[in-house]
Design a protein around this ligand. Sequence first.
Ligand code: PLP
Ligand code: TYF
Length: 395
Amino acid sequence: RFSHLETAPPDAILGLSEAFGADSNPNKLNLSVGVYKDETGKTPILEVVKAAEKKILEEEATKGYLPIEGSPEYAEDVRKLVFGDAVAQDRTVVVQTPGGTGGLRVAADFMRTQLPQVKVWMPNPTWANHPAIFMSSGVPTETYRYLADDRTSLDLDGMLQTLRESASAGDVILLHGCCHNPTGIDPSGDDWKQIAQVVEEKKLLPLIDFAYQGFGDGIEQDAVGLRTILQHTDEALVCSSFSKNFGLYSERVGAICLVAADAENATAARSQLKRTVRTNYSNPPRHGASIVATILGDPQLTAQWKEELESMRQRITRLREQFVQTMKSTGSGHDFGFLLRQRGMFSYSGLTPMQVDELKSKYGIYIVGSGRINVAGMSESKMQYFCDSVASVLS
Ligand code: PLP
Ligand code: TYF
């Protein structure tokens, strides 16, 4: 029965980390998968997470199932973090999901069953899992222009034009809330206003993927785009993830948030989201969400979290600056100054697939084929080696 099965291709990003593990080059650098790393190349557990876990270990009284929609305390914390005061509480629904990916899948299944006419408009390019998830759920997709021809900036006019000319009223527009993956290119405050206008004009339903809140300019600053959009529509979906900003990757902590026009619509939508959850995984895991709720429920732990998050963000900014400076000093003649205008872990470097291959085979430097680099994977001590290697493949 299984003899006819063909081997599926490996994940283009996660597969690279396996190859990295097997590489014996002592100078090797992994700039592929999007996880935060410290100077030694490790993905640390935040101290505040350890403190919360200690508390949980002492106080946790049951391993009984959580409700289908997850922990109510966690849901309230997520609502405040994502929306602030932008939307009335009774118009929002927050359902805890296994990571942001789980939230996206619940969103996609919800669309397929409850909004069967819609298409999802995704930026070109976008995270490879986006089209894959919508396809698995049977939701049709289209792309809108995002990356300009210079491959370092946003083509706002092209984006708005595609949506105005081609999207149908009621279609879904997928937006990255901040720290666009894979390009690192985000709309400016003014760009968001223009995007919000098209959302209003075309009656689009925004689906905001918010996987990097706090990795761009700050927790509140990174929510500006989302909140601008919400001034122009009374319905939206937001998929939130705490993998990056709490470093809880393997604990699978995320949420799908739904904004409805009124409380009655919100109640009906909640029941449909719960139905989707039941047939996917029944109810979410407890541990990661209880870490987040423990931290956000305690002012001191919250302050400590914000400090640790800020230091991750600052390290990324410092690495962006050092990279640009060090590349300049190699005399390669390539200006990487655009990295300073980009946000979050990722940037499109402009390196071609052949140059990416050469970096891997000659220098043990692992980058995704598109040229996307995880800036957080750079290290200060290996910066010269990294930049010399990049300069050599560019020459
Ligand atoms: N969306 C984007 C754009 C991402 O880069 C990620 C990263 O992994 C996710 C969603 C999902 O994150 P997770 O499922 O690990 O919470
Ligand atoms: O884009 C990234 O690198 C992160 C991590 O199938 C990731 O979003 C990559 C691939 C994947 C799941 C997560």
